[in-house]
Design a protein. Structure first.
Length: 90
């Protein structure tokens, strides 16, 4: 349970949208530490658990390591998570 909660927080930080007041979301410049929406977090959470468990075990707060892991495993991750990374230029 704790690992799942921490994973959700990590993915939230890793796959984020920046808030632009009341304007609609826009394509972001590279900002891996933004906050993702629920759909984005849900898209990448299974891939983070499946492919990046080591990074979670070593330091669950190391967002750069988790992102790097997702990028290294880009050919294996789900289409949905791949799209999230693409949408954030990651």
């Amino acid at each position: 349970m704790f690992r799942t909660t921490v994973l959700i927080v990590a993915v939230t930080l890793a796959t984020g949208w920046a808030a632009f007041g009341e304007s609609p979301p826009q394509r972001l410049e590279k900002n891996p530490l933004g906050t993702g929406n629920d759909k984005e977090r849900a898209a990448c959470a299974p891939d983070v658990v499946k492919y990046c468990g080591h990074e979670l075990d070593v330091n669950v707060n190391d967002i750069q390591a988790i992102l790097s892991c997702l990028q290294k495993n880009r050919s294996k991750i789900s289409l949905e998570c791949h799209t999230v990374l693409d949408n954030h230029d990651l």
